[in-house]
Design a protein around this ligand. Structure first.
Ligand code: NDP
Length: 251
């Protein structure tokens, strides 16, 4: 059974590109008001303009999820513009693989701050909204984790650890949110064709990723967005709690 997405209000992090951007577009086309959060203001403004041109409602909010003051300011702007939020998508993330003995503490810190603490900051900022919204209607928290949460890849130890933490958080938060009718969905994608791999600062691992995309093909961001629209539009007593999705050839 199905409930309409129209009339809902979403906060989507990582909306400057990839899965976050595709999700914003798809939800907006279904009548969801979307707040677009990421650091690159220009990208967000362009996306907001495209959504509005297509008849949707969007708000660009330049935000760094690693910065508490930035998240506070974003939440304030979202609330004063849109009021209460009933759908939160944590798609902001960075993947910076390297052998652990390269000692790239800068990369570890960025991944932990973005993928784990960043998601937590957003959850904290909008939990009261989700709980209040769930008294009358559907409310959703969607976290984009990764198959890296449970499949081991050499040189991806810290990234995998951040994603395992996010998956664990999703599972754990259900025990707090479920009894209050807030759904939590954890999505674990495999190879997906986005900008994520473009930030890899290791020529060998970057080449390895290119080879995997060539050999296996990647999912598209639109295909992940489609799953998010699916799970958030089920009847409100149905919580699809874990989605693992990979290109068929990525065994
Ligand atoms: P992208 O790099 O295209 O998207 C990541 C987004 O996160 C960007 O829009 C970026 O925007 C935003 N972001 C990064 N750092 C911050 C920050 N500090 N504050 C706010 N926003 C930030 O890659 P994907 O779409 O692939 O990534 C989406 C999620 O999917 C990530 O969590 C990733 O780990 C996960 N994932 C991706 C897979 C893949 O194969 N692509 C597979 C499994 C999981 P900006 O730079 O403007 O801030």
């Amino acid at each position: 059974s199905y409930t309409t997405l129209a009339g809902r209000t979403a906060v989507i992090t990582g909306a400057a590109s990839g899965m976050g951007s595709a999700t914003a577009r798809l939800l907006a086309a279904q009548g969801v008001r979307v707040a677009l959060l990421a650091r690159r203001a220009e990208r967000l403004e362009e996306l907001a303009a495209a959504i509005k041109e297509a008849g949707g409602e969007a708000l660009a909010v330049a935000t760094d999820v690693t910065d508490q003051a930035s998240v506070d300011a974003a939440a304030e702007l979202v609330h004063s513009t849109f009021g209460r939020v009933d759908l939160v998508v944590n798609a902001a993330g960075v993947m910076l693989p390297n052998p652990v003995d390269a000692g790239r503490t800068d990369e570890w810190q960025r991944m932990i701050d973005t993928n784990v603490t960043g998601a937590l900051r957003i959850i904290r900022a909008f939990t009261a909204d989700l709980v209040a919204a769930a008294e009358g209607r559907t409310a959703d928290l969607v976290n984009i984790s990764s198959i890296g949460a449970h499949i081991m890849f050499p040189n991806y130890a810290v990234y995998g650890a951040t994603k395992a933490a996010l998956t664990y958080l999703s599972t754990s938060l259900r025990t707090e949110f479920g009894p209050r009718d807030v759904r939590v969905t954890n999505i674990e994608p495999g190879l997906t064709d986005t900008e994520l791999a473009g930030h890899v600062d290791n020529a060998e691992l970057s080449g390895q990723l290119d080879g995997m995309f060539d050999a296996l093909g990647g999912l598209s961001s639109d295909e992940i967005a489609d799953l998010i629209a699916y799970t958030t539009s089920r009847a409100r007593h149905i919580n699809l709690r874990q989605l693992i999705v990979q290109p068929t050839r990525q065994a």
